[in-house]
Design a protein around this ligand. Structure first.
Ligand code: MG
Length: 375
């Protein structure tokens, strides 16, 4: 009898409290009240992205990218996530399936315990950063939807402060390069992939058809610092704004020398994956390239962003070839970055999502809750 009465008072207290603050009609409050004992249901499925063009960087070429699409369902609300796994980074449908099969979210009753849940996901196994990001993104989407607000607002970032995104022109023959530049008419900044024998030809080909500002990603392709410096000085005259990962990430002293002598900012990409790498990059690079798939998702990306800013470093926000799911998630951070390279969804033919868009070259946030997907 006593137990029943106590139970009744407890429940009554929660409802009365919600009513007293006038939030009884708010969807979140309703969910919160009825959510006692509810479980999160996590599911995933493999998917293969088809690229519009053969994608060539300094180390390889390909026409598809394997991804994993994830969902976390809670109280009838679904959050969506994605792992994008370009083969050279070591993850695949097989590794992600193995990792994600171990993720047990049913042990948690409260999706708002994001730090605790994602610490657990990170602790299951080392590496698997894209697979971890697919859980992180779905959880962020779910939380934003339960609160009915987008993440840029939860973080307090300014909607209109988003940057232009660069659009990547892969290494190719002059004819194809010219064609790609024409297709990229909407974009205000082009990113050129360098690090091969024909670097100067690539840049001159692009310059024969456009005078838009360029950024250069060398993907560790230059092996000698004096050569790298001469290339950077040459590129500066072609209105290149910064250089991404000019030399192999292991050549730390040479890169530090290059950064000190370079007329353009030097950004670490392959060298910077997670939080400890930001500290290592300080004093070696001018800035870092943050990607959700490298750093396990939005939670760590936001921490890296703020750490790098506090160290006075530049921040670039990049991506893999991804659907609009992971791109929309990354875009939530974009008001805070110096440069964005969020064109991954624009390079694919079979995007199953609609989300944050690029309008007149600018990353343009919407007001859909969560990560900004239209569903
Ligand atoms: Mg890069």
């Amino acid at each position: 009898m006593k137990t029943t009465r106590r139970g009744f008072i407890k429940t009554g207290g929660i409802i009365a409290g919600a009513t007293a603050f006038g939030i009884q009609t708010n969807g979140f409050a309703k969910n919160f009240i009825k959510s006692k004992g509810s479980k999160m249901k996590f599911t995933f499925k493999p998917y293969t992205l088809e690229l519009k063009h053969v994608f060539t960087v300094a180390v390889n070429s390909r026409t598809t990218t394997p991804v994993m699409l994830t969902e976390i369902e809670y109280e009838g609300v679904k959050g969506f996530g994605e792992a994008s796994m370009p083969p050279y980074l070591g993850e695949s449908h097989e590794t992600a399936t193995r990792f994600l099969s171990k993720v047990n979210l049913e042990q948690f009753n409260d999706p708002f315990e994001l730090e605790k849940i994602l610490e657990y996901v990170d602790s299951i196994e080392e590496k698997n950063t894209a697979a971890k990001a697919s859980v992180d993104i779905a959880l962020h989407d779910l939380i934003g939807k339960l609160l009915n607000i987008p993440w840029y607002k939860i973080w307090g970032y300014e909607k209109s402060a988003t940057p232009f995104t660069s659009f990547t022109i892969g290494i190719d023959t002059p004819e194809v390069v010219k064609q790609k530049v024409k297709e990229a008419e909407e974009y205000k900044i082009l990113k050129v992939k360098l690090g091969r024998e024909n670097d100067k030809e690539m840049v001159q080909t692009i310059r024969s058809v456009t005078d838009k500002p360029l950024t250069a990603d060398v993907n560790q392709g230059w092996k000698e610092k004096q050569f790298a410096l001469e290339m950077i000085e040459w590129l500066k005259d072609y209105n290149v704004k910064f250089i991404e990962q000019p030399m192999p990430k292991e050549m730390i002293d040479d890169i530090a020398w290059l950064t000190e002598n370079s007329p353009l900012p030097i950004i670490g990409d392959e060298a910077v994956q997670r939080i400890p790498d930001v500290l290592k990059a300080h004093g070696v690079y001018s800035g870092i390239n943050i990607k959700l798939m490298k750093c396990t998702g939005m939670r760590e990306a936001n921490k890296m962003l703020n750490l790098a800013k506090s160290l006075g470093m530049k921040v670039m926000l990049g991506c893999m070839t991804e659907t609009s799911c992971a791109i929309s998630a990354a875009a939530q951070l974009s008001p805070m970055v110096d440069w964005a390279d969020l064109d991954g969804n624009l390079l694919i033919k079979n995007d199953p999502f609609e989300g944050v868009k690029v309008i007149d070259g600018k990353v343009t946030l919407n007001d859909f809750p969560g990560i900004g997907l239209k569903n």
